[in-house]
Design a protein around this ligand. Structure first.
Ligand code: PNS
Length: 161
């Protein structure tokens, strides 16, 4: 059984992420979407909230599981005895950091393979950060995220005002 792990901060999950999950779920027997900590980002949502929003956004995919982990990605892979990572690759600017992460991860866990799924052109520009920025400035984010995510962002921003 080919199982792939799709790690990310998913703060929050966007339609671009969902597109990658849907496509990966057709390539692999099972996809585990794992919410992780990215030390370079200050999240808007707690890990529990991000997991919940992901679960609600991928519930239509029977071979997709949502999980979370606080430590090193390679420890997670080792603990779960898994060796395939799937990542979405957007514009050229993603390449440098993704190449760095894939190389470090492979150095830490020799048998690890990272498979890249090219983001569809409709979502090339999309990121969780841009969605949050548009929402903060009262722009319409309905074309970027699912309805539960839109509501969650609005509630979070409303509570901060
Ligand atoms: O969605 P993101 O923020 O681009 O995902 C990056 C993420 C969370 C996958 C990366 O920061 C990560 O793997 N974090 C877990 C800690 C870790 O293993 N760091 C070393 C990565 S080389």
């Amino acid at each position: 059984m080919k199982i792939a792990v799709y790690p990310g901060s998913f703060d929050p999950v966007t339609l671009g992420h969902i597109d990658v999950v849907e496509r990966a779920s057709k390539i692999f027997d099972k996809v585990i979407v794992t919410v992780m900590y990215n030390s370079t980002k200050q999240p808007m949502f707690s890990q529990t909230e991000r997991v919940d929003l992901l679960k609600r956004s991928v519930s239509h995919l029977p071979n997709v599981e949502v999980d979370s982990y606080d430590g090193l990605l390679t420890d997670y892979m080792r603990n779960r005895e898994l060796s395939i990572l799937v990542k979405g690759l957007r514009v050229i600017s993603d390449f440098e950091s993704e190449f760095q992460m894939a190389s470090v991860n492979q150095k830490l866990l020799k048998e690890l393979e990272t498979v890249f799924v090219m983001t569809r052109t409709d979502y090339m520009y999309l990121s969780s950060s841009i969605v949050k920025e548009v929402a903060r400035l009262n722009g319409d984010i309905s074309g970027f995220v699912t309805e539960p995510v839109k509501k969650a962002i609005e509630e979070k921003l409303g509570a901060r005002k």
